[in-house]
Design a protein around this ligand. Sequence first.
Ligand code: PLP
Length: 448
Amino acid sequence: PHADPAKGAAVKAADRAHVFHSWSAQELIDPLAVAGAEGAHFWDYEGNRYLDFTSGLVYTNIGYQHPKVVTAVQEQAGRLATFAPAFAIDVRSEAARLIAERTPGDLDKIFFTNGGAEAVENAARMARVHTGRPKILSAYRSYHGATAAAINLTGDPRRWASDNGSAGVVRFWAPFLYRSPFYAKTEEQECARALRHLEDTIAYEGPQSIAAIILETIPGTAGIMVPPPGYLPGVREICDRYGIVLVLDEVMAGFGRTGTWFAAEHFDVVPDLLTFAKGVNSGYVPLGGVAISGEIADTFARRPYPGGLTYSGHPLACAAAVATIDVMAEEGVVEHAARIGRDVLGPGLRDLADRHPSVGEVRGLGAFWALELVRDPDTREPLVPYNASGEANAPMTAFATACKKSGLWPFINMNRTHVVPACNISETEAKDGLTLLDEALTVADAHL
Ligand code: PLP
């Protein structure tokens, strides 16, 4: 990359003047002007190159600028750049087929959206119309998107400012042994108590009033908490018993991230609805959707589905999905993610945890890992308080700054850093990233 600081300054100035950024106090942010990206890297206008351990927002599963996907989007733009959703379009049909063939069980019908929040929004609507019941149960420590139903299903502080449409949403605690809500000492206890707590919640809410339970198969932004093996099968059984729709949100965990096409495969569970976005086409063009079971599809076989979007199944987005899924299959990206997790990231991160007292726990699989940073490994006191900002968050800010100075772009949420690079990151790049993380963690160690 060649430097062009003057161009960078102009890009930044127009951004500061006119772009209103997500989740931010507009005058307190300082967005980096990015000049380009390729594979697992991006660079700025000053000539600095960064290894991206975030995959954007955990979505560039095949990395930036994959030539086959870029070409597919270009060709589609030349052939048929757009078309309304009521028609049958070749790339839309093909994308739906490729997705349906990979989703578990009988999830064979695909409703396309523009992203993850709309997928959750429509899954909630489908479940409510299908069951005729009003309530949806969702977990604390979750993120489901920022539109009306999706933000109200979200179990993190981003919901608070929009917490006025929560009618019908009831939250519960899902398993997380390291910070167990159930005072459990073992995975077995955590699993049994979490299922019992869910059953109790259902009993007190009234099973006949509950349309759906929504869970991220493996919660992502909230901390990559891989559930104990029996948990999701247990939830599936509870849903079956009460006629409750099980929605698994795989917006972040799906499409290779965990070393399988969908994370549900790890637990042998088939949901009734599965939401996806991000990795479906590595975000080259916005796309999300809901994969729908036979039973729920039947509900809308002779009765209209009361929902839709102008850009549902947009040809450019679908062309990117077809090409991305082809690339993932041809290049063995899913198997690569499993192997890089098992052989490189997992062992490398555990080694960092052994040497850095600020690392309280390492957890994850595939290209999907979290490091829990703590002030004290015995008490597990987080390096910064929950939802800290400003001075209280200074240790995490210092850690992030150290990463960026060394050329590593880190994913930070609360007291955690997540290692979520492109699923096709090379072994050398992954090891380079671990070396940079090693240096930056000394900054976190200094707060012990
Ligand atoms: N669901 C999950 C599990 C997510 O991680 C996200 C985004 O991070 C969403 C839903 C919302 O997706 P989007 O930002 O595309 O609306």
